[in-house]
Design a binder for this molecule. Structure first.
Ligand code: GAL
Length: 633
């Protein structure tokens, strides 16, 4: 496969006379794909019953005639004002009970029946009109589910749908009371009608009430997406895609992905560093022009799995964005580097957001590939460079990694509901393991928690996985490699209780978590062999074997050599040391990377990336500033 480049374009933002030139310029710059339409609803249906699709017909023809493949989108992420007037209670409601207002986007509640009908209706119209259009080669459904905190809605529609969902799951109120253990604090219900959403309670709501609400909310996204996919499939044979976001975990992306053909995501390295990273100020300063070297890679690997091998970057940051607390200019060459990192992880398409910077509205301060006056911005020059460089390749193919890391959305929700320590974050824990692996020069595959087959892997890691699924248990039992688990792995039942026999309930690990503690920032427990546990620590007893101990005498790592269980949230020093040993035991070669250099292996190449404005050296490899280097394997 040879990846292609593209950009996001809004014909409705520009005079029609300009479309031809824009399309020609895109092609001449080396772009092959163009995504359109995801926010165009008010121009397609200015009022109820009035439709105006002619301009879009012409736009698609202009883009397609110029040689571009079009990704057409359903416009449901931005319902126009008249839709809100028709269904005033379609607005999602926040946990404080406040409806979110019209005036930006994503203002709908996934559970609102009227909006569901409205979105199905517009999807059908768009699908019927364009499903067989020869220029449209892929479809994007909606835009960034869950972005701007829009998965959970505490609305009346959501509450009614939640009651039905609970009835479906528990069948009788007695059963629900028993599973939820509502005897605690006299929370027992007499019927499903009485159950409300778990917000605005005086103190904590029952954790299983909250977890079930999160499961329900995720199911609503899956249902919404599935209904669009169903409509689309009646009218088109082209692949269906959704563009996910960075570090959004409120719905199960694997389940949404099961109804689609390709996963994609929107990669904004500098925006994410400023807006979503928990790294310290020194780190942020150091990487302010590149972004965190592992954050994009983590999502590339995750979404490759969500897309069952097929994934794109639908929106790639091309210059400064507008939405983070600080919005610096990328380093010279960073856009090229980000593009190549995505390609090395298997992106079929890297599409830049957006073609031209809009001199108006919310994103007027957000760079595009072109400046508002139509001149090339630095991102465009780098995109063209990537396009020329791609000509050197006859094929870029992925290969199964030796190391796999399990990522589970349900564990995110469980630990959000009951973190037990302010800083505990499942995402943060898994991400720390990922970083340590990458800093040893390893390529990593991500696995869903119901993975049935571990063959081909040598090391599998599953930190913080609240509950080991039956599939994974069976897979682990016959797996000859190393399985690294803990902390908190196998520590809850699916009903959010502490399992009988006490954690960890992890195949091959013998020991008992006698107690757990969360630690204040700066309170660490040191591990004798090097490194510390921060934030989270367990006291393990009755272990069949202690591999490492802490300075305070407690076990640090228990279990057998190929089934180690870490009792706390280990820092990078400890993780790297332990992972290095596991790699040695499995004859996996490692290379210690400086923190700004990363590698990724494909079937035939090793790609090197220098996330720095100065030259970096690793052994004989010399990488210029923002350098990307590939060598045959
Ligand atoms: C994305 C979104 C785009 C645009 C972009 C700006 O989250 O999908 O429509 O707003 O951010 O960076």
């Amino acid at each position: 496969m040879i990846p292609k480049l593209g950009s996001c374009y809004y014909p409705e933002h520009w005079p029609e006379a300009q479309w031809h030139k824009d399309a020609k310029d895109m092609v001449n710059s080396g772009l092959s794909w163009v995504r359109i339409g995801e926010f165009a609803w008010s121009r397609l249906e200015p009022e109820e019953g009035i439709q105006n699709f002619d301009w879009l017909d012409r736009a698609i023809t202009v883009l397609g005639d110029a040689g571009l493949d079009v990704v057409m989108s359903t416009p449901t992420a931005a319902p126009p004002r008249w839709v809100v007037d028709k269904w005033p209670d379609m607005l999602l409601v926040d946990s404080e009970g406040q409806p979110r207002k019209f005036g930006s986007r994503r203002h709908y509640c996934f559970s609102h029946k009227g909006y569901f009908q409205e979105s199905s209706r517009i999807t059908k119209i768009v699908a019927e009109r364009y499903g067989k259009n020869p220029y449209i080669k892929a479809w994007q459904l909606d835009n960034e589910y869950g972005c701007h905190d829009t998965t959970l809605s505490f609305s009346a529609s959501s509450e009614s749908a939640f009651k039905l969902w609970l009835f479906d799951k528990y069948k009788t109120i007695e059963n629900l009371n028993e599973v939820w253990k509502n005897v605690f604090w006299s929370m027992e219900y007499n019927n499903f009608e009485q159950i409300e959403l778990p917000n605005l309670t005086v103190t904590d709501a029952n954790p299983i009430h909250e977890l079930d609400f999160k499961r329900f909310s995720s199911d609503q996204v899956v249902k919404f997406n599935r209904s669009q996919a169903f409509i689309m499939r009646e009218h088109t044979k082209m692949p269906l895609i959704h563009n996910y976001m960075g570090k959004i975990t409120d719905f199960d992306h694997y389940e949404v992905g099961d109804d689609l053909d390709i996963a994609s995501w929107d990669s904004y390295p500098l925006g994410f560093l400023e807006d979503r990273s928990t790294q310290n100020e020194d780190f942020k300063l150091k990487f302010m022009r590149f972004g965190d070297p592992d954050f994009q890679a983590f999502h590339h690997d995750l979404y490759r799995t969500v897309g069952r091998g097929r994934w794109w970057v639908m929106e790639q940051q091309p210059g400064p964005v507008n939405w983070a607390p600080y919005n610096p200019e990328p380093a010279t060459g960073a856009v090229r580097l980000w593009s190549w990192e995505a390609i090395a992880h298997g992106a079929e398409v890297v599409s830049y957001f957006r073609w031209r910077q809009a001199p108006f509205a919310q994103e007027q301060m957000h760079a595009g590939l072109q400046r508002p006056d139509g001149e090339s911005a630095p991102g465009l020059i780098q995109a063209s460079q990537v396009n020329s460089e791609l000509k050197e390749f006859t094929d870029i193919q992925q290969v199964q990694s030796k190391v796999a890391l399990v990522f589970d959305y349900e564990s995110c929700w469980a630990w959000e509901v009951q973190p037990q320590g302010k800083e505990f974050s499942y995402f943060g824990l898994v991400y720390d393991y990922y970083r340590a692996l990458r800093s040893l020069g390893l390529s990593v595959d991500m696995l869903a928690p119901n993975q049935k087959d571990l063959s081909g892997y040598k090391i599998v890691l599953m930190p913080g996985l609240m509950h080991v699924t039956d599939n994974l248990k069976i897979a682990i039992e016959s797996f000859e490699g190393v399985v690294i688990s803990g902390p908190r792995t196998g520590s809850k039942t699916l009903d959010m209780t502490i399992p009988n026999g006490l954690p960890p309930i992890v195949p091959g690990v013998i020991g008992t978590v006698a107690s757990v503690e969360s630690l204040r920032p700066n309170a660490s427990i040191s591990i004798k062999a090097g490194g510390n546990f921060n934030c989270w620590m367990e006291t393990l007893v009755d272990c069949d074997n202690v591999i490492e101990s802490c300075e305070d005498g407690r076990p640090a790592v228990i279990g057998q050599k190929n089934r180690p269980y870490l009792v706390g949230w280990a820092d990078q020093k400890a993780l790297k040391r332990m992972f290095k040993e596991a790699c040695l035991s499995q004859s996996i070669p490692i290379t210690q990377m400086p923190d700004c250099v990363r590698v990724r292996e494909t079937l035939k190449h090793r790609f090197w990336f220098n996330y720095s404005e100065t030259e970096s050296k690793v052994g004989a490899i010399k990488l210029p500033p923002s350098g990307v280097f590939w060598e045959p394997l």
